[in-house]
Design a protein around this ligand. Structure first.
Ligand code: ATP
Length: 357
């Protein structure tokens, strides 16, 4: 398969950056997810890798070869879109055959490749049907087959599951990931769905406003977000973020809450410094002896757990995951703790994570 390298790759439309200079190396067989809100530059990045969009600066290397100015068809990369882009007037067999026919391949080779790919995707029974009569999932399988049949060096996928309903998305997520692992196919996958990104990526590239915010494994971006944007964007709900001020070994939080700093953090801050305390809902525990407190504002039952919305003071509402059996009346005062190793701290000015010292 392939390695892909982006060196200071950027895209401007007029004076506006769609993607600010970006460096990234994608390893052979790696599944990389570009994740971020609408308009952050994910699709433009993918289109630049494919050659469908020209760069305004930087270089793109495929297997160490500079492909920056090569036509898309000369890059040996296959693109799978959200809306299938299947030809409605020809059957599934001919749709899958199309890229090989366009390359002038012989009929025997085309038949052999189609046989392999439809077995892999278990869509043999669809070969004589037209796309119009297929379900969303089958249309997406056919689109994948058409990408696979070329045996490209790498796959680029732009929200390929975006048009499917929730159940099918989950099934297709697992299918694509399994296929990718079996083929050891270098893949760049765009989504704005952080659950999809966490489930599928070897690494996630989190983008916002044309800038890469963090590149890391799902575990890294979830537990060690580089900044406040990543902390809020990843997770459902995102990380709890509470403004405070550091003094004498504690962070003073709203509602006269005083959070004692865990080991290793005391030298990361100076007295009087403003700091944001971050913690995931599952890293906080209701505890009658807990050091923090607040008033139950709402509760959501999620089946296996309760999500408590707790107001620490003013509008500082945090989310805590609590056991499903206990009832937490609205308005009740509760005490809770944060697992010391799971607390995170951020500088509110530059919004970057502070590191233990
Ligand atoms: P979405 O999830 O909505 O597709 P995205 O993260 O993929 O968003 P891009 O489509 O890459 O974002 O767009 C990045 C920015 O570049 C946006 O501000 C968009 O309006 C702008 N942009 C994209 N294509 C063009 C174009 N052809 N001309 C001008 N501006 C463009």
């Amino acid at each position: 398969m392939a390695t892909i390298q982006l060196k200071q790759v950027e895209k401007k439309f007029g004076d506006a950056y769609a993607v600010k200079p970006l460096d990234m190396t994608i390893a052979d067989g790696e599944f990389i997810v570009l994740l971020g809100p609408s308009g952050c530059g994910k699709t433009t990045t993918l289109r630049m890798i494919s050659g469908l969009e020209t760069v305004t600066g930087g270089q793109i290397l495929l297997n160490d070869k500079n492909v920056t100015w090569l036509h898309p068809s000369a890059r040996d990369i296959a693109f799978v879109f959200q809306f299938y882009a299947l030809y409605p007037h020809i059957n599934v067999h001919d749709n899958i055959a199309f890229p090989l026919q366009a390359q002038g391949e012989k009929k025997e080779l085309i038949d052999e490749r189609i046989k392999q790919v439809v077995e892999l995707l278990r869509i043999q029974h669809l070969l004589n049907k037209r796309p119009g009569g297929l379900s969303g999932g089958d249309k997406q399988r056919v689109a994948l087959a058409r990408a696979l049949v070329r045996r490209p060096a790498a796959f680029l996928m732009d929200e390929p599951l975006g048009a499917l309903d929730a159940d099918l998305r989950e099934t297709m997520r697992a299918e694509i990931r399994q296929l990718q692992l079996r083929l050891n196919a270098t893949t760049v996958y765009v989504t704005h769905d952080q659950i999809e990104a966490m489930a599928m990526g070897d690494r996630i590239v989190v983008m916002n406003t044309a800038v890469v915010q963090q590149v890391g494994t799902p575990t890294e971006v979830y537990y060690n977000p580089a900044n406040l944007f990543v902390a809020k964007f990843i997770g459902s709900p995102g990380m709890n973020l509470v403004q405070g001020q550091f003094a004498d070994g504690v962070v003073q939080l709203p509602g006269e809450n005083r959070y004692p700093l865990p080991d290793g953090w005391k030298n990361a801050m100076t007295r009087g410094e403003n700091v944001v305390v971050g913690f995931r809902p599952e890293s906080a525990h209701v505890n009658p002896e807990g050091k923090l407190h607040g008033e139950v504002y709402a509760t959501d039952m999620h089946g296996s757990y309760n999500m408590l919305h707790v107001n620490m003071a003013g509008d500082n509402v945090v989310h805590l995951r609590a056991d499903r059996a206990t009832r937490y009346p609205i308005g009740a005062n509760i005490r809770f703790d944060i697992d010391p190793p799971m607390a995170r701290f951020f500088n509110p000015q530059n919004e970057m994570a502070l590191r233990r010292q």
